[in-house]
Ligand binder design. Structure first.
Ligand SMILES: Cc1cc2nc3c(=O)[nH]c(=O)nc-3n(C[C@H](O)[C@H](O)[C@H](O)COP(=O)(O)O)c2cc1C
Length: 272
């Protein structure tokens, strides 16, 4: 739960700043580090040594997770966090091997993924979360990154964070069919494709699977009912609890008051 709260905290802070900003100055007490300098936030560009250290920090975090008994990790390449910033031509203006072409912008993520596999062994589950649009990302580029991730031959799953599994692309050139379809159509070998966003009922789950996803990721539905997957499996017609719900109800689901306070920022979630 502490991890969930920390994650939640970072999301809340990000909402207070612009989409690419994940470590505001007032939180970290100094200039944030970005792929490149950013006047709006006062961020400075990471040096090449710092990029190596950043990669090592990600890899070591995965190694620690394995030692601590976890079955796998998910690398966060979405939502404007640092790896997503590297992927984005909007935030990454470097002119070295980590910037410019998409190949260069994707280098850090791909290197980390390969190293995590190497250092954590073949039985450790390794996945990557991607935002196919917003947060400075372009759909065609994220499709290509997904292809490259599959081609590394080392990831077990891809997690598409769509915020709405049925969402249509914002880019006009792609707007005729669902965002999800641009990823289900890619060859993916043994890599499992997951999707997250407004999956609230067993019918939503079925629609995602019918659309070609291999699995789903639940956010709010799992906060509302910690045992949603078991209930849905036992009874595909079960009617899930819908937000808004009271703080008392959330406490009964094991949600702390700190997290309830955080959830309060999501419109229509915690009943007034
Ligand atoms: C309270 C809350 C905190 C979240 N924090 C994070 C986060 O730190 N990192 C992340 O990748 N996604 C985070 N998300 C997004 C979820 O992982 C998920 O992608 C999103 O909520 C859409 O799924 P849902 O509609 O099932 O909630 C958060 C969502 C909620 C509701």
């Amino acid at each position: 739960m502490a991890g969930a709260i920390r994650q939640a905290g970072s999301l809340a802070l990000a909402q207070l700043h612009h989409a690419g900003m994940r470590s505001p100055r007032e939180l970290i007490g100094g200039a944030p580090l970005y792929p490149s300098e950013d006047a709006e936030t006062g961020a400075r560009a990471l040096s090449l040594d710092e990029i190596s250290q950043l990669a090592e920090d990600f890899i070591n975090a995965a190694v620690r997770a394995r030692r601590a008994g976890f079955d796998g990790v998910e690398l966060h390449g979405a939502h404007g966090y640092i790896l997503a910033q590297f992927l984005s031509s909007e935030y990454n203006h470097r002119d070295d091997r980590y910037g410019g072409s998409l190949e260069n912008r994707a280098r850090l993520l791909l290197d980390i993924v390969r190293a995590v596999r190497e250092r954590c062994g073949k039985h450790f589950i390794v996945g990557v979360r991607l935002s196919p649009e917003r947060f400075g990302q372009k759909l065609a580029e994220m499709q290509q990154v997904a292809r490259w991730l599959v081609e590394t031959g080392v990831i077990d799953f891809l997690d598409l964070s769509l915020w709405d599994y049925a969402k249509m692309p914002e880019e006009e050139a792609f707007a005729q069919r669902s965002l999800l379809s641009y990823f289900t159509e890619l060859p993916r070998g043994n890599v499992k494709l997951g999707v997250a966003g407004k999956i609230y009922t067993p019918a939503d789950v079925a629609r995602c699977l019918d659309a070609g996803a291999d699995f789903v990721l639940l956010g709010r539905a799992a906060i509302l009912q910690h045992d949603f997957p078991h209930r849905a499996k036992a009874d595909p017609d079960f009617t899930p609890v819908q937000a808004p719900v009271s703080a008392a109800y959330l406490h009964s689901e094991g949600v702390s008051q700190t997290f309830v306070d955080y959830l309060d920022r999501f419109p229509g979630f915690v009943a007034k």
